[in-house]
Structures are given as C-alpha cells and as structure tokens.
Design a protein around this ligand. Structure first.
Ligand SMILES: C[S@@+](CC[C@H](N)C(=O)[O-])C[C@H]1O[C@@H](n2cnc3c(N)ncnc32)[C@H](O)[C@@H]1O
Length: 269
C-alpha cells in the first residue's frame, strides 16, 4: 500500500457549510437515487456496516433495517445532528481523511458503504481508501457511488468561468474530485482492493430546485471569496444560471451527472 501523502490540494479545505435544511429542500433526490448502490451492497442480516459521508442519514436508516448495525460517519456536525434527529443508531462526526487513524479503523466491518460523498474527500483520496481498508474485515467489501469523470461539468465550467472573470483561480475553490474508471481502479488496487465491478454512469438528473438552489446547496465552496458580499454572490449565481438556459425544460431544471459506481473487495492491508 502507498503511504498517506501530506500534500495540500487546492479546494480541499472546507469548513462546515452543509445545511441539512437546504439538503432536504434541494437535494432529496440524492438518497433516493442511491437505491442501486444499496442493491449492489446486498446486505445480510448479520452484517456490521460503516456508512461513510452519511449526510442526514436517510439512506443509513434504510441500511439499518437490512443488517445488524450501521455506524454513520460524516465530517459535518450539522449533517450528523440531522442523522441523529432522524433516528440513526450510531452517527458520529469523523472526517473520511482521519478514518485511517481512528478507532473505527479496527478491521471489524463487513462492508463500507458510501453514496455521493467520496468526491468531496479531495484532500487525499488515497488516504480515504486506506482508512476504508483498515476498517474492513479481510474480504470485506467497499461499495460506493460517487461523482465521476465529467460529473456536473456544465455548472462546474460556469462556476470556473465566473471566478476566473473576477480574478480568482477556480481550482483553489473547486471542492470536487471526480475520477474516471482508470484512475479510481488504480487507486483501489494500489491500496489493497480487488475491483469486482466499476462503471461510469451518465445520469441526466432532474432537480427539485433551479441551478441557483443547486449552487446554494452544493457549490458553496466556489462562493467563499465573496463571503459578506451578497451582491457579488448573487451576481455569480445569476450569471451561471443565466448561461444554462438550455438546462431547463419549462419549469424543470436538470444537470448532467456522471456517477462512478463500484464494488471492491479487501484483499490485503
Ligand atoms: C451529497 S451528501 C451525501 C449524503 C448521503 N450519503 C446521501 O446519500 O444522502 C455528501 C456528504 O459528504 C459529507 N462529506 C464531505 N466531505 C467529507 C469528509 N471529508 N469526510 C466525511 N464526510 C464528508 C458531507 O458533509 C455530506 O454530508
């Protein structure tokens, strides 16, 4: 296995800007669309599961019904509080990058599950995989879906252009790591996993908000340079949405997602 790296990655540092209220209002499709990953996980009643980047726990509660126990972890205190309020049995604030040194990395879990969260762990994705590996039993499975290569490209490009125009380097504020099949397969294989399946799935995703609502919920990191300048923040949001008129069909806005879904088995530590 490779050693954890200490490099600082642009855009990787985020304070807790997650809002569980905005998540419910603008992103309730995220856990709903996680159903195929849960299916791929194929839980057994005796199993102990770790849900990495569990968010407000909607999917975690689903998992709890199908197995013995689930520990939900997330770096956002707001999201973990929401997960606890939703009734998750065991929900804790843990950053995915710190899992490798955490008591939960105890080789006791039958599977680590993750939906729509790994791409936020940009600082050091291999360190995250190493933490998952340490948490799993031998032959334990890592089953997840994350944003992959070309995910949300149209909004991401719009946000990059808006920041560049204002003299900022968008890379510094881009919080996402969207790997392709080759990159993530290599990362898994170099960190003690055998890849059983991995695919990039393009998915046109209807929003229950507009592009502005989506940026407010997920794109907050790009707006960091304009904290306190509500006028400029709004100007950026209006500009990005204004340039995305082709993403609208009457009153429905959509974004082209590309999801990387995989199942990997721990072969060595
Ligand atoms: C889009 S939400 C997905 C939540 C949930 N899995 C679901 O399917 O609804 C992404 C989650 O990843 C969490 N996250 C972001 N960076 C993280 C990190 N470094 N460690 C752990 N969780 C992180 C966020 O706080 C957020 O709750």
């Amino acid at each position: 296995m490779t050693e954890p790296t200490a490099s600082v990655v642009p855009g990787a540092s985020q304070e807790d800007k997650w809002s569980s209220q905005k998540y419910v209002k603008n992103a309730s499709f995220v856990p709903v669309l996680g159903a195929p990953v849960v299916q791929l996980l194929n839980l057994q009643p005796h199993e102990h599961i770790l849900d990495l980047g569990a968010g407000d726990g909607v999917l975690t509660i689903d998992l709890e019904k199908q197995c013995k126990s689930v520990v939900a972890i997330d770096s956002s205190t707001a999201m973990i509080e929401a997960a606890q309020a939703h009734g998750c049995q065991d929900a804790r604030v843990v950053d995915g990058h710190d899992l490798v040194d955490h008591p939960l990395a105890n080789g006791q879990f039958d599977a680590v599950f993750s939906n729509a969260a790994l791409h936020w762990m940009k600082k050091d994705p291999e360190r995250v995989i190493q933490g998952v590996n340490k948490a799993l039993k031998p032959e334990g499975r890592f089953v997840a879906e994350m944003g992959g290569y070309m995910n949300v490209s149209e909004v991401r490009t719009g946000l990059h252009a808006a920041l560049k125009k204002r003299g900022y380097d968008p890379e510094e504020y881009d919080p996402w790591f969207f790997p392709g099949v080759k990159t993530y397969t290599r990362m898994l294989e170099q960190n003690g996993f055998r890849v059983e399946s991995i695919e990039l799935i393009p998915r046109l995703t209807e929003l229950n908000t507009d592009i502005a609502g989506w940026i407010d919920t997920f794109g907050f990191s790009f707006l960091r340079p304009f904290e306190g300048d509500e006028k400029e923040r709004q100007a950026i949001i209006d500009e990005v949405q204004g340039n995305l008129q082709f993403s609208r069909d009457e009153d429905i806005w959509s974004i082209m997602y590309a999801r990387l879904r995989f199942k990997a088995i721990k072969t060595q530590q």
